[in-house]
Design a protein around this ligand. Structure first.
Ligand SMILES: [Zn+2]
Length: 425
């Protein structure tokens, strides 16, 4: 009897150990070919979206900068999105922060914002209605994705263009805005940014509290990327709906002021929100000082310095040829430095996803690249490379259900909750 009991315990322990091993190492039991095939099938079936992409100025969505062109210089365009199997993207109406928190500053911020709204509408309604369409709700996103077109959603990066006029929040909503990043790299009239060391309001300003309430009322998602930690805690305390970070990383892996701490990630999970992990190299991984020193030493050794456009234009043909040769030599030697001190790549990006999943849970993590706004890393440098992320997630043992959540399911849940909390009148 005792022997049988011992055998049973041994067998149970063994099967527990094996099942834990199998869960952790699901990916590595497959061959590379099997991983890729599985990832392709999952990627094809998943609804996929990216919550943060920047657009150029007035040139965007004109023949000069056509997001429908086969060879646009953009990291996010309609061709690359289709190639990479990305169904939708939030384009950011980005307005840089100026120190002037006065009528003149607000007016110019408003004008900048309107130019970008016009560009987004021009893209979807005039230039490429056959390839994409504007979506202002999760249901519209799903419907458009189902037709094979790309869904174009709109966010505003920086609440600066709201000025002190609360009625503008509704105006921006009517133009299609479904999220607002409360600040950019500088403090504004709404809240403190994570940029400056010294606070201005110590979190949300009294007007910022009204903006949050108005966004809740209308059904606009509140984006906490860029805002200071104190602003984050103020927002999460007063928002009636889940909040999100449209493009941030994990501070535990890289203590950059743009990243969220583990406490913030836990609070985000409790709030029902989501962190959309950013693909911007310096947020994901800090350059070691040795890398900067090695680059400096190489420049000195080769006598190589980057030159400005004016200097380049003033060069003779021979000078230009010599300079190009030197550039090529520098780039060749940079490969050694890159190998010795690698910068962030797609695997580091997925490390941030892993960490956020570990701390906040699988229901609270997504993707927000910041392409065309500084984002782009080796292996995930534009939207044509989205599949690489799915391949890496499969390799690390994520299930199809998990991957669907990360590529859009979680964000759609937050968006629906924000819609539901809105007060229609
Ligand atoms: Zn940003």
């Amino acid at each position: 009897m005792k022997a049988r009991w011992t055998v049973a315990v041994v067998l149970a322990t063994l099967s527990l150990v094996l099942s834990v091993y199998a869960h952790q190492d699901k990916g590595s039991q497959m061959s590379e070919g099997e991983i890729i095939a599985k990832a392709k099938a999952i990627h094809e079936r998943a609804l996929t979206l990216d919550t943060h992409v920047d657009i150029g100025g007035a040139q965007y969505a004109t023949p000069e900068l056509d997001p429908g062109s086969e060879n646009s210089p953009l990291k996010c365009d309609l061709v690359k999105m289709k190639k990479g199997g990305l169904d939708g993207v939030f384009l950011a109406v980005f307005v840089g922060q100026r120190p002037a928190l006065d009528e003149a500053g607000f007016k110019s911020a408003y004008e900048t914002a309107m130019v970008k709204f016009e560009a987004i509408h021009r893209l979807a309604e005039q230039m490429h209605p056959d390839k994409c369409a504007l979506a202002t709700s999760p249901a519209e996103f799903e419907r458009i994705a189902g037709t094979g077109k790309r869904a174009i959603m709109t966010g505003i990066e920086n609440g600066y263009p709201i000025g002190k006029d609360l009625s503008l929040v509704k105006k921006y909503y009517d133009l299609g805005t479904r999220y607002i990043t409360l600040s950019h790299s500088g403090h504004n009239q709404i809240c403190d940014s994570s940029g400056p060391a010294q606070p201005m309001h110590n979190g949300l300003s009294p007007f910022g509290k009204e903006v949050v309430a108005e966004m809740n009322r209308l059904g606009i998602m509140i984006d906490v990327s860029h805002i200071s930690e104190k602003s984050f805690w103020d927002v999460i305390q007063i928002s009636r709906a889940p909040i999100f970070a449209s493009h941030s990383g994990c501070a535990a892996l890289n203590p950059h002021n743009r990243n969220l701490t583990d406490d913030q990630l836990k609070a985000l999970a409790k709030n029902g929100g989501v962190i959309q992990v950013v693909a911007l190299g310096s947020f994901l991984k800090a350059d070691p000082p040795e890398r900067r020193e090695a680059i400096e030493a190489l420049r000195k050794e080769l006598g190589y310095q980057r030159i400005g456009r004016q200097e380049a234009q003033a060069m003779t043909e021979q000078q230009r040829a010599d300079y190009d040769k030197l550039t090529a030599a520098f780039m060749e030697r940079m490969k050694e430095i890159d190998a010795k001190y690698p910068t962030a790549d797609m695997k580091v990006f997925v490390d941030h996803i892993d960490h956020a999943v570990k701390v906040a849970g699988i229901d609270h993590v997504g993707v927000g690249t910041d392409f065309d706004g500084g984002g782009g890393i080796r292996g995930f440098n534009d939207h044509s490379e989205c599949l690489n992320v799915t391949i890496e997630l499969v390799r690390r043992g994520y299930s199809e259900k998990d991957i669907q959540k990360i590529w859009g399911g979680n964000l759609l849940r937050v968006w629906r909750a924000v819609e539901k909390a809105a007060v229609r009148n």
